[in-house]
Design a protein around this ligand. Structure first.
Ligand code: NAP
Length: 347
């Protein structure tokens, strides 16, 4: 069993500094403390301000208040700050005032356009000097890179984050948040960042990397969800109810998960040729895949997605061996015109 760690706020008698002390504790039962990780003893952020009190921003502010952080909040529609004020948040009269009072500024608004509008108004930019900015608004890698440049040009550190959860999961041990950008900001404010989710991790120094990983993981999820839509259509067309389909998903899941991790590992190692460890050759996959095409044809199901998959299979098979590993499809996804080139199977 993993050791459970927890966050504990202590005030030193000798100095007026407030320290966040993180200690190991086994068999801890307080659910608020469960799941936080042991990461040492570090100075606590003197103040944090959350810009944006929508569903996610409010949840972020609640989690910080819950862990004892002095938290300021600002929202365009001020009424949304009232429930947070009741929990102890200090409502800032303006974006500028919120930033000035804080060491760390967390932004969580609808999109980067809204964030940019907040930061580029009045004298806000000049208030940023010396602060740390954590951007938790969803955006693309390009937007993260641009904002990092702008924020850093105004003398602040910049960390870009992707929240892999809905607001009800903020503050839980299993909740994952991904960060990229300033390592200094991440290290300095790590305990506070972990207060938002025990599954917090630093992805890399390029500001766009957290957003890129977010998109990559969501892409994998959409593949599975679109596949489920097609699978449900096939099941129902053949008189199976969806409860039956559902009941067999968990039994099949270990096999699917193993194939997924094997695909990633083999692609990472560029082991595309079939070998003794190959779980199923491209030819075996393509043979089974014919049943999906046939079901769509026979039952008049929409076949747009299977046709696209068929095109990819055919491209790979026309260029290589039926004995290659399924991972040999990977190079086809690497350039804008994937039907034209292919890395050698043994590359
Ligand atoms: P939300 O409840 O609709 O809140 C949107 C927030 O953005 C509100 O505070 C809103 O202020 C503010 N806003 C919108 N336009 C603005 C503008 N022009 N100027 C200033 N403030 C503006 O949305 P949410 O669910 O909290 O999502 C916020 C961010 O978190 C988004 O980037 C979203 O993609 C991301 N996120 C959300 C989830 C989720 O499950 N909800 C999960 C992961 C990431 P008002 O109250 O004044 O309208």
């Amino acid at each position: 069993m993993m050791a459970i760690a927890y966050l504990k706020v202590r005030t030193s008698q000798r100095s007026k500094n407030l320290y966040l002390r993180i200690e190991r504790a086994k068999h801890e039962t307080d659910p608020r403390r469960e799941g936080h990780q042991f990461i040492g003893e570090v100075p606590m952020a003197s103040n944090v301000c959350v810009l944006g009190a929508g569903r996610m921003g409010s949840s972020i502010a609640r989690a910080l208040l819950d862990c004892g952080y002095p938290t300021g909040v600002w929202n365009r529609t001020a009424a949304k700050c009232e429930p947070l004020a009741a929990l102890g948040a200090k409502v800032a009269p303006s974006v500028e005032a919120g930033i000035e009072a804080a060491e760390l500024v967390i932004i969580n608004v609808l999109d980067y356009a809204a964030s940019e509008a907040l930061l580029k108004q009045g004298d806000v930019a000049s208030a940023l000097a010396g602060k740390a900015v954590v951007q938790l608004t969803s955006g693309s890698p390009r937007l993260a890179r641009e904002e990092a440049r702008w924020v850093e040009a105004h003398g602040a550190g910049y960390l870009d984050g992707a929240i892999m959860a809905t607001p009800d999961f903020i503050g839980k041990p299993e909740t994952a948040l991904l960060y990229s950008g300033s390592r200094d900001v991440y290290e300095k404010h790590k305990p506070l960042l972990f207060a938002l989710g025990g599954g917090t991790s630093y992805v890399g120094e390029q500001p766009g990397q957290a957003s890129a990983l977010d998109t990559a993981l969501l892409t994998q999820m959409w593949g599975g969800l679109f596949g489920a839509l097609q699978g449900m259509a096939v099941a129902e067309a053949e008189g199976l109810d969806l409860a039956t389909f559902r009941s067999h998903l968990s039994g099949f899941k270990p096999v699917v998960d193993a194939a997924l991790f094997d695909l990633v590992d083999r692609t990472n190692a560029r082991r595309f040729a079939g070998d003794d460890a190959t779980l199923a050759s491209l030819g075996a996959h393509y043979s089974a895949f014919q049943h999906l095409l046939e079901a769509c044809e026979e039952r008049g199901l929409d076949a747009a997605m299977p046709r696209a998959m068929d095109m990819i299979f055919r491209q790979a098979l026309s260029l290589g061996s039926m004995e290659d590993d399924f991972a040999s499809l990977a190079p086809l996804f690497r350039n804008g015109s994937p039907r034209q080139s292919r890395e050698p199977a043994n590359a």
